[in-house]
Structure formats: C-alpha cells, structure tokens
Write a protein that binds this ligand. Sequence first.
Ligand SMILES: Nc1ncnc2c1ncn2[C@@H]1O[C@H](COP(=O)(O)OP(=O)(O)O)[C@@H](O)[C@H]1O
Ligand SMILES: O=c1ccn([C@@H]2O[C@H](COP(=O)(O)OP(=O)(O)O)[C@@H](O)[C@H]2O)c(=O)[nH]1
Ligand SMILES: [Mg+2]
Length: 239
Amino acid sequence: MWRRVTSVSHLTFAHKSTVNKNACTFKCWESFTTEIPRKEKTTYQRAKTPFITFVLGGPGSGKGTQCMKIVENFGFTHLSAGELLRREIASNSADGIMILNTIKEGKIVPSELTIKLIQKEMELSDNYKFLIDGFPRSEDNRKAFEQIFGAEPDVVLFFDCPEDEMVKRVLNRNQGRVDDNIDTIKKRLKVFTALNLPVVNHYLEKGKLYKINGVGTVDEIYKQVHPVFSSFHFEQVRV
Ligand SMILES: Nc1ncnc2c1ncn2[C@@H]1O[C@H](COP(=O)(O)OP(=O)(O)O)[C@@H](O)[C@H]1O
Ligand SMILES: O=c1ccn([C@@H]2O[C@H](COP(=O)(O)OP(=O)(O)O)[C@@H](O)[C@H]2O)c(=O)[nH]1
Ligand SMILES: [Mg+2]
C-alpha cells in the first residue's frame, strides 16, 4: 500500500532536469506495507518520480485506442490533452469558446492552458505512471512543458500512420466531435506536419522515441507497444 507523505515536486523531478527545479508540485509517496517486498516490484513502483509517456501521432493514428490497452495492461493513468480541452469547453469555462474555435480550426491551444489542465489532473492522481496523449503538439508545447514541469518524458511513443488511413478512421470515428470532418482534418494534417513532427524528431534525436507502425489491427499494433513498457519492469496489472 502507499500513502501520500508530502507534496513537493522539485524533489521528484530534480534528478531529471536542469531546467526549472522549483516549478511544479507533485505528490511523493512512501510504502507502509507490512508485507515482505517482492524484489521484482521495486524498480518503478517505489520510485518517487512520475513516469511520463508522451503519446504522439497524427489525427486518427490510434493514440487513444492504444492508450486504453496500456492502461489495462500496465495501470497507467491516461490523460488525453484533447479530452481535457473538450471537458473545458463542456464546463463553459472562460476559455471554452476560444478552445472550441481553436479545435474547429485544427490549431493548437496556447501551451500554458493545456499544461495547466494536465498538471491539475496529475496532481489529483494517486498514480505515478502517466500517459499524456496528444501532447506536446508543437515545439512551443514541448518547451513550455519541460520548463514548467522541470522534466522530460521517460518514453515517447509515436504512431506512424499514412494520411489516407488516418482520414478514413477519423471520418468513421462517430463520437460527435466538432473536428471530425474533412475540412478540419485537412487543416489538422497540415498542422501535424508543420508543428507536431518537429517534436517527434526532437525526441528521435534524444533517443527517447519509440516509433510504432500504426497500420494493422488494434492487437497487431499493441504487440509492438507492449514490449516498450514491459522493458521497464512495472508491476503489471494484467499480462
Ligand atoms: N488499428 C486500427 N484499425 C482500424 N481502426 C482503428 C484502429 N485503431 C483505432 N481505430 C479507430 O480509428 C478511430 C481513431 O482512433 P483513435 O484511437 O481515436 O485515434 P487518435 O486518438 O490518434 O485520434 C477510432 O474510431 C478507433 O476506433
Ligand atoms: O495538446 C493539445 C491537444 C489537443 N489540442 C486540440 O485538440 C484537438 C483534438 O486533439 P485530440 O488529441 O483529442 O485529437 P486526436 O489526435 O485524438 O484526433 C487538436 O486538433 C487541437 O486543436 C491542442 O490544442 N493541444
Ligand atoms: Mg485521440
């Protein structure tokens, strides 16, 4: 079992970053189990450091679908940046209309706003393993995250999928999203190439990128994803 002992975060991130060690707040945890600890559980369950995965890929590349499987198998908390923004629109917040217009245009919401929503969810969570899905979508997003959190992601997944397949999937998504129409998709694909891909290349150069072939059945694709996480020796929820 785990209990929260403090709420400082420059401690949790300090070893990872030289950027900004005082900028964010995270929960630290300590074990108070009376059970004899099993050796294979130690690596990440006991770490006081959040384990952050960025999940990148074009619209319809399968990010959300694969995140669900990672959650199921490895107990991550899934934070979809797009979902957090849609929730903000639905709550009629002050920024709602601006976010809605940005999403309809396939553009990118100001970094500080998206990061504020992500940070809030992470602070509310008792977990330490996070999938941040659909973020960062630009170099500005990435730099702002690393500045504010004082940390880089541990893993970056990139679902590589041809445009015609992504368009087909988005048009069939059927979730009532305002951006699932051909005009917005065309704009989103341009934004993806111009702004998202530089982020992908950044993490490729840093050796943190896991490129996944996003074509195939959901299970075929997940077969490439699973080993990325099993290599970290988390306590697995289900194999
Ligand atoms: N491998 C796949 N093959 C066919 N359809 C898929 C596959 N993965 C996801 N989908 C479907 O494509 C649509 C987009 O997937 P989603 O996970 O929402 O992508 P993203 O989050 O990258 O936009 C959804 O309707 C989903 O059910
Ligand atoms: O960090 C983010 C994530 C999403 N969005 C906006 O939200 C839309 C939908 O994002 P989501 O990740 O939900 O779309 P998906 O790629 O899953 O289709 C994007 O096109 C952007 O307009 C954004 O501005 N910043
Ligand atoms: Mg998605």
